[in-house]
Ligand binder design. Structure first.
Ligand SMILES: [Zn+2]
Length: 428
């Protein structure tokens, strides 16, 4: 049986602090330097108080255009702002500051010339849609995560509902007064009872430098990296039917698996941008995605993915070949190849005809162990080793809680990102 966590809804406790105790917006606040005062982590990551709320109505169904990077093009002080912003205080230079009625800071922001867009000093660009409800509700399209959020004056912010995650979140404030965490933004996810950053990885959060990376949180169903590669196995990979094998890896009903069950993680990085490992690798005729995960299909090979986190599941039946399996077997099930010339490091993984998807260039590969000693969370990134050029990547063993990072640089000069470190949340 699967060890995947159930997504049981956390029991929420009624909060008694919903009475508006309006502490006002504070009138003579100076305009702070953008993002300068809230670098680093907040003073603590305490679990926030639960609140009992109904799931808000669905957000707008469109995806706003990303605004240009030029902020404060102009201000629209005469425009009518949604009721959510009642009490906002205009500072200098077109910057506004808002406290919620109970005193929670919404923070500093400015409107673009189209007042549907705000630039929030900590959260970044948000597209604003008035929910026009009795709670002073507002929808935000969060450009950093491409998620729609809802919050209102009565929950109030920093509680927000994330429609992509289907979860109530608490957006952690920063230690600097009036600020939220930024770069990375920290959230408490009440659905999974976990602290997370968002976006977890991907173009918005990858730093192309040799700087030491910060830990990224990883847990089931949260996509790591940008979508580029199609889901599932390619036509040359394992596509069933049930009972057939690819490179010694058999396809069995998922319910029959789990006699042995370990996880490890693969990160693909192209020119400094993390590319999501597809979901439904090793799933024959996958069923529909539910809750960000593929849990049904005609059969599951003993090595497979359920989601786009990069987590690789190795599960076999009693008497089946025991993990760890090899990179070669993952690639054969996926229907992919990895090649690398030992002298030039030129090579490819994922041989698509579409040049925008062809991961071809100079390849560096790193492995690192997990720590944690059976505890939680595991943290990958210790004992970081670059795989020698003379080693055939296909021969790498995929060990429990190991991180394997495959970087491809197609640019001149080469563009490399630091090898990410992950904290594994939950019982992975
Ligand atoms: Zn599985």
């Amino acid at each position: 049986m699967s060890m995947r966590r159930s997504l049981a809804i956390t029991a929420l406790i009624m909060c008694s602090a919903l009475v508006a105790s309006c502490s006002g917006g504070g009138g003579s606040r100076p305009v702070p330097a953008e993002r300068a005062t809230n670098a680093g982590q907040p003073s603590g990551f305490a679990v926030p108080a639960s609140i009992s709320v109904a799931v808000p109505p669905s957000p707008p169904s469109f995806t706003p255009a990303r605004p240009s990077s030029t902020r404060r093009m102009s201000v629209s002080p005469s425009a009518t702002h949604p009721a959510f912003f009642a009490g906002e205080v205009a500072l200098s230079n077109g910057v506004y500051y808002l406290n919620m009625p109970n005193g929670n800071p919404f923070g500093y922001y400015s409107y673009l010339s189209d007042p549907h867009y705000i630039y929030h000093f900590d959260a970044g660009y948000e597209y604003v849609v008035d929910a026009s409800d009795a709670q002073g509700g507002v929808y935000f399209y969060d450009f950093a995560s491409s998620h729609w959020w809802y919050t209102n004056r009565q929950w109030p912010f920093p509680y927000l509902y994330d429609f992509s995650l289907g979860a109530l979140l608490y957006y952690y404030p920063a230690s600097a007064a009036g600020h939220s965490t930024s770069n990375p933004r920290y959230f408490y996810d009440f659905k999974d009872s976990q602290i997370m950053t968002m976006p977890i990885a991907g173009p918005a959060s990858v730093t192309v430098s040799s700087a030491t990376p910060t830990d990224l949180y990883i847990t089931n169903t949260y996509q790591v990296g940008a979508t580029l590669l199609p889901d599932g196995d390619t036509p040359s990979g394992g596509n069933g039917p049930i009972g057939t094998s690819v490179d010694g890896i058999r396809c069995d009903p998922h319910a029959a698996l789990g006699s042995i069950h370990i996880h490890m993680h693969v990160t693909l990085i192209k020119d400094g941008v993390t590319i999501a490992v597809p979901e439904a690798i090793g799933v024959a005729n996958p069923g529909p995605e539910a809750g960000g995960s593929i849990d049904n299909g005609d059969c599951f090979y003993w090595i497979h993915t359920h989601d786009r986190t990069g987590i690789i599941h190795q599960e076999s039946v009693q008497g089946g070949a025991s993990p760890p399996y090899l990179m070669r077997q993952l690639l054969h099930v996926w229907g992919m190849t990895i090649t690398r010339d030992p002298s030039s490091l030129q090579g490819s993984i994922a041989g698509f005809a579409d040049p925008t998807k062809n991961l071809r260039g100079r390849i560096r590969i790193f492995t690192s162990d997990a720590t944690g000693g059976g505890g939680s969370p595991y943290v990958t990134g210790t004992n970081l080793v670059e795989v020698p050029a003379t080693t055939d990547p296909a021969t790498l063993a995929l060990n429990a809680h190991q991180e394997i990072t495959i970087e491809i640089s197609t640019a001149t000069p080469d563009t490399w990102a630091p090898v990410p470190r992950y904290k594994w949340l939950g019982s992975l």
